[in-house]
Write a protein that binds this ligand. Sequence first.
Ligand code: SAM
Length: 257
Amino acid sequence: MFHQPRKRFGQNFLSDETVLDRIVSAIHPKSEQSIVEIGPGLGALTKKLLPLVNKLDAVELDRDLIPKLQASCAGLGELIIHQQDALKFDFASVIKNKQKLRIVGNLPYNISTPLLFYLLTFAPYIQDMYFMLQKEVAHRLASAPGNKTYGRLSVMVQYYCTVEILFDVEAVAFNPKPKVDSAFIRLVPYDRPPYFANDFDLFAELVNAAFTQRRKTIRNALGTFISAEALESLNISPTLRPENLTIEQFVRIANQL
Ligand code: SAM
């Protein structure tokens, strides 16, 4: 069944069998686990995962794809398709027997950042997440302090999860070929974040303010939040730049406000 890929849904279908097999072995699904796939598309990955878990929830926005997805997965197991926007989907609603979810997907790149932020609100329900992302976004997610790519996305995601880039994937692995290279990553939410922000919204606001002025020293970038003296008293040099602060230091500042 032919499907004309839709750009507005970020449809770049994975067509490289070797990459698909690497993804499946990285996820290493077991039959009793609850897997939720975001954006199954024509089922390239779904077809491989479904027989291993017998039952799988999939969230797909494009209703035209659904009959093709059903056809390609027929007889492989119980595929429960939620024809919905993953940005609005209630992931907690598919939890069964209090079992945490394993969320996987070759994500539509146009919504990957808001989707990651949205998924973090479900962190307590998630065992792990495996995503194909634009390589540049993957590297920002995994970045450590001191790097040019370290920013708001790195701090906010790493507050909740460990982030690991598993492998890079070239654009030729997809059809149609995207303009950018990709990377496959693993995110594992902490049972308990190693540093706890007493007021999470304030922490998020602080991180946002810091990185909108990332070239300034934190004395200036965070001047409306905290004085240079107060930073000194937290043992944090006011002459550092936001990209040099660890998550622990951001949390320490937020907890002082
Ligand atoms: N998993 C398939 C593969 O690897 O070949 C398709 C991946 S394609 C990059 C992204 C998929 O996400 C498409 O099937 C697209 O229709 C779907 N999608 C786009 N926006 C979505 C949204 N907001 N919620 C759920 N699915 C979405």
